[in-house]
Design a protein. Sequence first.
Length: 698
Amino acid sequence: MSMDSVSLGFGGTSRFSGNRGRTADGMSKSGVRYPSPFFDIGHTYLPPSLKALLRWCRYYYLVNPLINAVIHKMSEYPITEIVIDEKDPAIKEKWDTLLGGVLRYRPFQIEIGLDYYTYGICFVTIHFPFDKFLICQNCKHKEKATKTHYKWRNLDYVIECPKCHTVGPAKVQDFYKRDLNGIRLMRWNPEYVNVDPAFAGAKPVYTFELPLQVRNDVLLGKKSVLDTIPDTFIEAMKRGKFVRFADDNIFVFRRPIISQKDSGWGMPLIMPVLKDTFYLQILRKAQEAIAQEHIVPMRVLFPQGNSSSSDPYTTISLDSWKNRIEGEVAKWKYDPNYIPILPLPIGSQTIGGDGRALMLHQEMEVWSRQIVAGMGVPQEFVFGGMQYSGSNVSMRMLENMFLGYRTDHDLMLNQFTIKRIAAFMGWPAVQAHMRRFKMADDLQRSAFFFQLNQGQKISNQTLLQEVDFDPATEDARIKGELDRQIELNRKMQVAQATIQGEMQMVQARYQKMATEMVSQALQGGAPGAPQEAVAAQGGAGVVGGAPPGAPPPPEAPISGQEGPGTGAPTGPEGEMMDGQQVDPGMPQGATVSAENAQQAPAEGIPSTLMSPLNASTQGGGGMNVLYLARRAATTLQKMDEGTRMAEMNRMQMTSPQLYSLVLQIIESEKGSQENPLNPVQSPQPTLKPTRRPSSTGV
């Protein structure tokens, strides 16, 4: 058999040069041919097909720590949380339970990535639960295989029908059932899958060959396998054929690859660096040999002579010297402080121990980085030190690598997994998506989205989704917090209103008591009550009556008979003005004179109120407050009972100080048993007094 007839991998024997062989004499042209100068020793063996390459990919993934770390990081990094786009909370909860709890979808996505980057391809199907029934071919009686005592003969289920007692091979039928907990996502080992890439745009055909272990279990009649394996696989074993996957029940992840005869397969991530990995393995073998042979030195002891005349090799027995030295070394090992005494000097020599100078760690580090670069992965992704920033070029390149891979995941999620399970379970199909893949700390992008939201260019929902928050959940939380805040505010306001109501009730009760006392005082009530009423209202220094010897206050003139300082002045006194324009607490119809109101009146004011503070106190409009109180008291005396009480209440609310002074003026008049407002007790004089600039005009 010629070498051309033997499969030596890609290119066959063309990989070797025919004119470079030579024999031991260096002259012959026919000998063991060396590889072509375009190749290296790694080309002495190449797998004949991509499928044959898969077992080497699996081997290096399992034993090489560098490749294992790269593939795991590439598989885990782009996988993000799945979000169900459904408004109905019941339906959303149902799908969340299925994907997260039953299917464990996120770990399964990571496992897909392991196959995707190790083998370059990944085959995914959905396993729906079923019950295997054995049907009697005579009476058509059927029963579950798990409850039947069958015998396994020649790949047939041999039963004795419990109904007609016929013994023979049963007809097998798998009945699928809607059991949510029995649904499984399955990955198939690419080493047992055959791919027919078809031609002219036809769909690829995927077939599966049962592994040897499964075939042996079936042939031996292992009940745990026979009760659960689909009957399709047993029929394939009977016919000696492969099992073909249904076109609608398989989803294929395939890495891009050039057009070639194995176009139905994807290119493994580690395929371009297999030779580099082989070279790195050679360096590790050399490192291992150095560590074993050159790290620990060997020490040799020998008797050392001082001169040719005292050569120990001629004067002593070397065998006795050897035994003596061994004994001394043993004593020293037993007691490190032991000091041997010998008659001759001892020479020593060290062999080896130069392993540190021979170490290949620098070459191994360089080649490891070359392997990582050959797999298209940034160095920082494996060795650390990467800065998560939106401007980092390495991260942007890595993100672009994951775009197509994540697109395949979105297609499998919506067009394959959700669609087929919804049809099988009779559920409404929903839409789902994976959260946006982004940098771990992409603060610049988040700040930019916040600025757009402040400028009302994007919605709050988009902003929340950008920072991985669920808008519906956040809206519900905000609403709940707002409801709690409103409830707290309502309770607080109700409590405040209750307190204010109680305060108003107390104030109204005391106001009523004070009003009754004032009314009694104006109508000549019991002595002593007005003073208590005034004290209850907070009057300033109110006492009953004028002191002994004080002149009685003047009588209040009747209408049309105003005395000095009262009524509307004429001539030089100026015009009268409405009292409520000066102080809103003044009674209705009260008038004041701007000329006479600049100082306290000389008459009609109790001596207890004529303090320097009250005399200089200015009321509304810059007028003296005692003058205003005197005018207000005069006006109130002219009113009927109802009007007077209403005006007093209004005065108390608007001008408490004026109210207190008016009340004391009235009390002083009642205490002297003289009413200055009674014209009978104060007849009109025949002559008018001389006008004084300081007169009050009351």
